[in-house]
Design a binder for this molecule. Structure first.
Ligand SMILES: [Fe+2]
Length: 304
């Protein structure tokens, strides 16, 4: 039976035993691991609530949610947004179509914000990391996928706890630290805006790790570890809880290295010399962020 989040005694979302604590503390932000959770018992993530949430998203002038239709392959790009279907219709037809729906930044809705706060508290305790201070911009996202649909190979810049709520699916994960999977040049291109930079690897179809997700099971996906997903013959609902490090000098270093390589230099690999990464981030990295923010502001203000 589904549990409301505001019951008299707050539900425990993640197990609190010693073994689980050790698993989270040893691996968070470094290596993938499977975990148990109770998000699948919360009303907020069941289909009736998701339909209401999608309706609320549509009423917002600038909702950030995304939906698309199509049959992408693992090494291709994603589908396209159907012109003849609304977000709510895409959700209503999820069982008999090839749709992929992303309800983005849903923690901007009060009841989902309360859920996210609960997750942050429990995950801080389990990981031993103060997620409210050492990490920033926590994001709650819901993925709803049609039967048998693939999410193509890609990587994300945030650490991700992916919790399965409905249906089953396979997640294939790749080690970002393996130079045969991700080269320095690919990382530099990714962090300077080319989201398609990571190359697909035919020789390693099923990745370094394969996780079978079912309701109550989740996987931790470290930041920048490439992955692809294959849904089984069912509608899948997954909840993603994302975190970014407050201080991440490697990103600024990759951006500086991208331009250094363009003028013929052979820059140091980020992570090898933390002092050099820090300097690159505080100089070129901050310049890059400032220029990017200015460009985004101009685009949204003047449409250029
Ligand atoms: Fe992803």
């Amino acid at each position: 039976m589904a549990t409301a989040i505001h019951s008299a005694a707050a539900p425990v979302v993640f197990p609190r035993d010693t073994e689980t604590g050790q698993l989270f503390a040893a691996n968070f932000d470094h290596r993938p691991f499977e975990f148990r959770h109770a998000l699948n018992t919360m009303d907020l993530f069941q289909m009736p609530a998701l339909l209401k949430l999608a309706e609320r998203c549509m009423k917002k002038r600038q909702h950030k949610s995304h939906y698309e239709s199509g049959e992408p392959v693992v090494n291709g790009y994603f589908g396209s947004k159907p012109a003849d279907m609304t977000l709510v219709q895409a959700l209503e037809r999820i069982g008999e179509s090839r749709n992929w729906i992303i309800l983005k930044r849903i923690h901007e809705e009060p009841e989902y914000r309360a859920a996210l706060e609960l997750f942050i508290s429990e995950l801080s305790e389990l990981t031993g990391a103060d997620l409210r201070r050492r990490y920033c911009d926590p994001i709650l996202t819901i993925f709803i996928t049609s039967p048998n649909r693939i999410t193509p190979y890609h990587l994300d810049g945030e650490a991700n706890f992916l919790a399965q709520v409905q249906g089953t699916k396979s997640v294939f994960l790749y080690n970002a630290h393996d130079p045969k999977i991700l080269t320095q040049e690919e990382m530099e291109r990714y962090w300077t805006g080319n989201l398609l930079a990571p190359r697909w690897h035919d020789e390693l179809l099923e990745g370094h790790w394969r996780y079978e997700l079912s309701p109550g099971v989740g996987v931790f996906n470290p930041a920048t570890f490439p992955h692809w997903v294959k849904n089984n013959d069912n509608v899948s609902v997954s909840v993603s809880i994302n975190f970014k490090r407050v201080r991440n000098d490697a990103i600024g270093a990759y951006r500086a290295n991208y331009f250094a390589r363009k003028i013929g230099l052979h820059p140091t690999v980020p992570g090898q010399r933390p002092g050099a990464d820090r300097l690159k981030n505080l100089t070129f990295g901050k310049l890059y962020e400032g220029a990017y923010a200015a460009r985004t502001a101009l685009r949204s203000r003047f449409g250029i």
